[in-house]
Design a binder for this molecule. Structure first.
Ligand code: ZN
Length: 415
């Protein structure tokens, strides 16, 4: 489907460092330095509600990763999916008395607007499930042909559901590192069906859901009419667009299990490779008043609502960059106030006739970002430059121009 417009990335003097990211499967910092284009897959939205700050934080995090990779001289191939048919979307459409396709179209449009306003680099392809039914069905058929899947009849329906047989997958569990008890505790809460009678293992993920009355479904060769399970969509889209192994698999920490665990084990089952992603990288949850921001709790801070209330999208971006991506944080009005005054200080410094020397600031920002996307310390380095400039150091004529290009190119902040 249509992505959103790519912002221009200005040239910056010199070259950035090799990006190192914390791989959450091993806990280690790993360099992202492939000898080919870097391949990044970030799980996208289920379009039934507007983009909240937690989503925005995720996409800004991987936007920064992409900028740092490019600054280090890498080409980046980046794919993001849109789960445009799944239970939460169908349930919301039913509740609101709207067509599920209309709801998805409306929310995807709003998501594109939010991403554009925040200056997020678009993926090379934004790929919906509905447009990918054939390639997802092909992945399910391949898993079935390899003996890694089994079918279960559905009461009252003609078709059969298809599940992955986790017992055939030796690497299952290596992405999350969770105990079986922990997995069982959360599986149902995150879309799993551990109680389904007949499953070989309660954790086996659904690959193909046979058509149920009143649900959308597609004809898919030997699979019968139905629709894909959640995890297989990402496996199939990632492998199709990026190949069997990728450099970065990204998303929020709520995707570690089961989504990334299942997606990865399905990918290795399909491709025969040992490992799906070089680094699994997770954005920590964003809260409000001490609880996780979530649709079910109804405590969402929506990007679109902040924008329509007059908040400059670049202020939202600066607010996000002032937080570490891998540490949970809570949104507060104070954070918004701090971001607003930071943007004002930066603007004032950038409009000076000259500024403090830029070389060490640029080197620091590059070093901080390459060090597992330490955006708060990169922001602090820019604060220090702005302070020195506002205190009257106008010794370098070109400095405000270089800093403005750096802010735009490396941090996506266009002031
Ligand atoms: Zn995904």
């Amino acid at each position: 489907m249509k992505s959103w417009p790519a912002p221009f990335i200005p040239a910056i003097p010199g070259r950035g460092e090799i990006l190192r990211l914390r791989d959450s499967s091993s806990g280690e910092l790993v360099p992202i330095d492939p000898q080919r284009p870097a391949r990044m897959y970030v799980c996208g939205i289920t379009p039934y509600d507007a983009t909240h700050l937690g989503h925005a934080a995720t996409y800004v995090t991987f936007d920064i990763a992409q900028r740092v990779l490019r600054d280090a001289g890498h080409e980046v191939r980046y794919i993001q999916n849109v789960t445009d048919v799944d239970e939460p979307l169908l349930e919301r459409a039913e509740r609101d008395g709207v067509g599920w396709e209309d709801l998805a179209t409306r929310e995807i449009d709003l998501f594109r607007e939010d991403m554009t306003a925040l200056g997020v680099l678009p993926p090379d392809a934004l790929v919906g499930v509905v447009e990918s039914i054939d390639l997802i069905a092909e992945a399910v058929r391949a898993l079935e042909a390899s003996g890694a899947a089994y079918r279960l009849p559905v009461q009252g329906c003609e078709g059969e559901d298809i599940y992955l047989d986790l017992a055939t997958q030796a690497d299952f569990g290596t992405v999350s590192g969770w105990s079986r008890e922990a997995m069982l505790d959360i599986f149902a809460e995150r879309g799993g069906d551990p109680e389904r009678p007949g499953k070989r293992d309660p954790l086996d993920p659904l690959l193909w859901r046979a058509r149920r009355p009143g649900e959308p479904s597609w004809e898919a060769g030997g699979l019968g009419r139905g629709r894909p399970g959640w995890h297989i969509e990402c496996t199939a889209i990632a492998v199709h667009y990026l190949g069997s192994t990728i450099d970065v698999q990204g998303g929020g920490t709520d995707l570690v299990f089961p989504h990334h665990e299942m997606s990865a084990t399905q990918a290795t089952a399909m491709t025969g490779d040992e490992r799906f992603a070089h680094a699994f990288v997770h954005q920590a949850m964003v809260g409000l008043d001490g609880s996780k921001m979530s649709k079910s709790l109804g405590n969402l801070v929506l990007v679109s609502r902040l924008r329509t209330s007059g908040v400059d999208p670049m202020t939202i971006r600066v607010l996000l960059l002032a937080q570490r991506y891998d540490v949970e944080w809570d949104y507060t009005e104070d954070l918004l106030g701090a971001a607003t005054s930071r943007v004002q200080r930066w603007r004032a410094a950038l409009s000076a006739e000259g500024g403090a020397p830029w070389e060490s600031t640029l080197a620091q920002v590059r070093a901080r970002l390459a060090d597992n996307l330490d955006t708060p310390r990169a922001v602090a380095a820019i604060d220090a430059w702005a302070e020195q400039t506002l205190a009257g150091d106008h010794s370098v004529n070109a400095a405000p121009g270089v800093l403005a290009r750096m802010l735009d190119g490396l941090l996506g902040v266009r002031l």
